[in-house]
Design a protein around this ligand. Structure first.
Ligand code: SAM
Ligand code: DTB
Ligand code: SF4
Length: 352
């Protein structure tokens, strides 16, 4: 959806915008279902990147305890627990710039994914930068969706990250699409961006072909020690407007009310659900920061007459529109080799 159209929607009187978003939601989704996704940080901290919001960047003293790649059995225990608690999607995150074929850590990841995918949940991973080969290997191992956020507008991106570019992010998304994985991509509100930046971000996401399968809308979790620790909190009504605009601009995507729910009242969350959010991160912890307690989330869903969504392992990614070129468009010859030393020695080659 073009920026000016998004802007027109965003500026509607609040209830008019909500009414339109609700109508799009009802046309495209079962009205009462909310997807429950559990996050697990399988490799924590020590990341080479300088994303100004992130607790896990090695550039900032955030006091976070670093943890190397989790053993498969521990991941499996957590995944089984998530399934038993009603999650239908298990999302594993790693604090890396990216992954490369032929390294020990990538082999370990593939092994973990293979086993987790036997549990019947959707399997999502977020591992940073991917090439075409890595994307195919992940898909073959059983990944259903790859999370890679564009986070903000192209214009604002260099103000929050300098160690990789917006085009690097788009290239990874394209590799995930080409490998046949669903793409989960969204952003963060509260990075010092303008409303225009937020809408430019939605414009970019809505132009993906195939469209993203899910769009996480995070509000910044301010982390002490990062350059963004003192950022202004996100205004709740602007968050609801963004959820509504995401619902209208990308009707076929699940809109995930993501980080930041911890500080939202029940009423604020209810407005987000009404505006089109139909997925949440569920469980007491996100990757490193707090999330509402699972029993409180279930109680709120019950109070609102909503219910957890059924799993759909067989779902295929949203199809591309054959009348348009695939998007994001990427320049092939720009792939940079990953710096093998950057992410605290996690790039050991597989022994011969
Ligand atoms: N390293 C990989 C990457 O950057 O894609 C995967 C992990 S990274 C932590 C995943 C996403 O978490 C980021 O793209 C960002 O959108 C979100 N995120 C990280 N820190 C956050 C924070 N403090 N508040 C809100 N969202 C955050
Ligand atoms: C997404 O958009 N949000 C999740 C998931 N994808 C990987 C991560 C939120 C992280 C919040 C900060 C933290 O817990 O470290
Ligand atoms: Fe954090 Fe991911 Fe950026 Fe690393 S690449 S600093 S884990 S957001």
């Amino acid at each position: 959806m073009h920026f000016t159209e998004l802007q027109r929607h965003y500026e509607l009187p609040f209830f008019e915008l909500l009414k339109r978003a609700r109508a799009v939601h009802e046309e495209n989704w079962p009205e009462r279902e909310v997807q429950l996704c559990t996050l697990l940080s399988i490799k924590t901290g020590g990341c080479s990147e300088d994303c100004g919001y992130c607790a896990q960047s090695s550039r900032y003293s955030t006091g976070l305890q670093r943890e190397s790649l989790m053993a498969k059995e521990t991941v499996m225990e957590r995944a089984r627990a998530a399934r038993d608690n009603g999650s239908t999607r298990f999302c594993m995150g790693a604090a890396w710039k990216g992954v490369r074929m032929g390294t020990q850590k990538f082999e370990q990841i593939i092994d973990i994914v293979r086993d987790v995918s036997t549990l019947g949940m959707e399997v999502c991973v977020t591992l940073g930068e991917l090439g075409a080969e890595e994307a195919t290997a992940l898909k073959d191992a059983g990944v259903t969706a790859y999370n890679h956020n564009i986070d903000t507008s192209r214009e604002h991106y260099p103000n929050i990250v300098t160690t990789h570019t917006y085009d690097d992010r788009l290239r990874t998304i394209r590799h995930a699409q080409e490998a046949g994985m669903s793409v989960c991509s969204g952003g963060i509100l509260g990075l010092g961006e303008t409303i225009e930046d937020r809408l430019r971000m939605l414009e970019t996401l809505s132009e993906f072909n195939p469209p993203p399968e899910s769009v996480p809308i995070n509000s910044l979790m301010p982390v002490k020690g990062t350059p963004m620790e003192g950022n202004e909190p996100v205004d709740v009504l602007s968050l609801v407007r963004m959820i509504a605009c995401a619902r209208i601009a990308i009707p076929q995507a699940k809109v995930r009310l993501s980080a930041g729910r911890y500080s939202l009242s029940k009423e604020a969350q209810a407005m987000c659900y009404f505006a089109g959010a139909n997925s949440i991160f569920y469980g007491d912890k996100l990757l490193t920061t707090a999330n509402p307690r699972a029993n409180e989330d279930l109680a709120l869903l019950r109070e609102l007459g909503l219910s957890p969504q059924r799993p759909d392992r067989e779902m295929s990614p949203p199809p591309a529109n054959p009348d348009r070129a695939l998007a994001p468009a990427v320049e092939r010859d720009l792939v940079q080799p990953l710096d093998a030393e950057a992410d605290e020695c996690e790039f050991k080659p597989v022994p011969a």
